[in-house]
Design a protein around this ligand. Sequence first.
Ligand code: NDP
Length: 285
Amino acid sequence: MTAIILDGLGLANELALELKQEVNSLKVIPVLKVILVGNDPESQIYVRSKEKRAREIGINLEVVSLPETIEEREILDLIDRFNKQDEVDGIMVQLPLPQHISYHNIINALDPTKDADGFSAVNMGKLWLNEPNFIAPATPKGIMTLLDHYHLELAGKNSVIIGRSNIVSKPLASLLLARNSTVTITHRQTTNIIEIARQADFLFVATGQAEMVDKSFVKPGAVVVDVGINRTDHGLVGDVNFSEVKQVAGYLTPVPKGVGPMTVISLMEQVVSHAKMREENGAKS
Ligand code: NDP
């Protein structure tokens, strides 16, 4: 048996074409501000991939690069300025931030309607409470879009997530629950992780540990979604041992070209959707 590969890049390319048409039909130009603090090379790679996608679609993405030593107050002032500018549709702060800056202060300073990553307490709270008009974090949203594209039904199925981060695993759990899946979250203190993982119809892996999930974690035929991005001596790999797991899984996302491009396109969808709302509300530019 060989798993069907869930082609995130292919789907993201299709969605980008649709978004481009949508943007062409708008009178306003969607605007995304990306705040990048310091010189982390990984962050620069992620920001460049967002710039490339935004350019293709017709989104005006401006990267504001700030020095590592910047004071928190100055970032808060910048966010305040963008919050007040009607023509700004989305603001995102590339993570990680330097140690001396409070992640919580920065994220919660964003106007929740412009919080393009959906990481603020307001958006997370709305997500968990099933309230309308929340912004879902881009990675979990992209994963759901990918599963839907392949008509993979979650209702009544067991979903296991390895990892409990705020930006991926917890919001993913909420979205899965909203689709009537039975969700288990596991982490480093989970004692019988392989046993739990083997119960999964859907196994989501977001640990940041290169290729830690081998075929012993996977129930034959399961859907395996690999969120990890790890740079190793043998190139970019996920948190799943692709060549092994592909022999037992029913469906599997590759790394690269799986969840990564879906994350970026979901962010862009969010910005275009805000621009559409702005136009409907009578914006002139
Ligand atoms: P975090 O580092 O914030 O969290 C990792 C989680 O994995 C923690 O909860 C940790 O448990 C758990 N974990 C680590 N090792 C093990 C282990 N051996 N057994 C069980 N649980 C373990 O990660 P993120 O969620 O931010 O990111 C995860 C991966 O996804 C990274 O590779 C990151 O680069 C990638 N990523 C990819 C994106 C994409 O677009 N494709 C977007 C965002 C992230 P504990 O809490 O107990 O420490």
